[in-house]
Design a protein around this ligand. Sequence first.
Ligand code: FAD
Ligand code: NAD
Length: 468
Amino acid sequence: MEKFDVTVIGSGPGGYVAAIRCAQLGMKTALIERYATLGGTCLNVGCIPSKAMLDSSEHYYNAVHHFEEHGIEVKNPKVNIKQMVERKRGVVKMTCDGINFLMKKNKITVFTGHGSFVNKTTIEIAKADGTKEQIESVKTIIATGSKPSSLPGIEIDKKRVITSTEALELSEVPKHMIVIGGGVIGLELGSVYARLGAKVSVVEFMDGLIPTMDKGLGKELQRVLKKNLGFEFYFNHKVTGVTSKGKEVTVNADNKNGEKIEIKGDYCLVAVGRRPYTENLGLDKAGVKLDNRGRIETDDHLKTNVDNIYAIGDVVKGAMLAHKAEEEGVYVAELLAGQKPHMNYNLIPGVVYTWPEVAAVGFTEEQLKEQGKKYKVGSFPFKASGRARASMDTDGFVKVLADEATDEVLGVHMIGPRTADMIAEAVVAMEYRASAEDIARICHAHPTFTESLKEAALDATAKRAIHI
Ligand code: FAD
Ligand code: NAD
């Protein structure tokens, strides 16, 4: 039986990054993946393909709605959804091939098959051809990720009632896509099809969009998605059932007064969150415990209740984000090598890749109020930014929350052009515990979208923004 210092189960951004870091630190490392391609949800059916579809659909939308104003004449732009999906597949392939290259470069042994514990140091790999192989591992990192969740009474037929996975492979543009869940997936993939011409209706249980983010962001996003893409919203509605017949889907929901609604469309995208994936992992044989939400239970150092087994990424508590999984992968690898790594969970940025993009880090206003913290608010609208006017991206704003007494930045919340990239500056500032004045005193290139963060920081620190 081949023996490894570390085995990682699952090759998503948590798993493959953990494997690379373990190998860099001199450990003999194995990586087990049940699918033929490496990269997990993120590369195959998540972050990368969704962004590829968002980029293509944004080009089409601009061609139809903005080119003329820019002085570019294009006669009747048409959507070729098959080509759009084909391009996306190419992007995914290139990215997954890149992981194969990295595994070879780092001399990581890759096993293709379903991994499960035989005991706490033996792992069996069940391969697609029916054969099985066992390996020994001193330490194991579980990085098995997550799968889409559903709701009681909903059968996901993968044809008309679909999850994000199928929504990335449609062969036609829906006429009317009903999205259950006004969270990240619903709004990103809803945007893709709304830009391509679909009517999109969102049924959301809570009273606003992206409900875990600062409330101001959800409100502005709602306004813009309605204005630009014609989104229709049903808030405070609990979906009670979905049926599909031929090409028609019917979604039934109750509002909080018990009133019933029925919405008919041709596709229903179920985007109500994801659940940790631990199926057939043999956790009982290794003695690994789950928490009350079905996630692998870990201590503050991502160690399970079994001494030599760790877990990271979507399968453990915390935000289900690729960069959170990656950081945890590096954390555990360094811990295993005897180092003293550190994770700052409060500074994991969250981004929604709609247009305008939404990005945030640190505490929301709602959280600060709940903590009874005294804070100052500074904000700056993109309509006052010269760069945003040049690109006609004037929706949205930047909001900086700073401690009332010390001026330390406690949270930054942005909605606007390229905020997905802009948020990095706020993360760096907060990692170094900057004050709003620190950001305000840094020279920002003109004209850039980033000047809006400086202006919001000026507003927070001393109500002295220059351009409002
Ligand atoms: P995963 O990426 O889920 O990988 C787990 C891997 O383990 C899978 O390949 C699985 O096949 C394998 N596996 C499971 N069990 C076994 C087993 N027993 N044996 C062998 N292999 C096994 N996050 C962002 O940060 N930014 C985004 O823009 C973003 N966009 C997203 C868009 C969509 C549509 C979706 C669905 C998700 C998106 N996410 C995004 C979330 C992101 O994909 C996840 O947070 C991330 O992939 C989690 O990484 P992971 O390594 O924990 O698990
Ligand atoms: P989510 O948690 O972002 O949103 C789910 C939404 O569904 C919530 O707003 C919730 O209130 C709503 N909901 C739940 N039950 C409902 C019901 N019965 N009726 C109506 N609405 C209901 O989950 P998601 O959008 O499915 O995404 C899953 C995970 O994938 C997220 O944790 C997210 O972090 C990750 N993801 C991240 C990105 C990104 O970083 N850009 C993109 C896509 C996915």
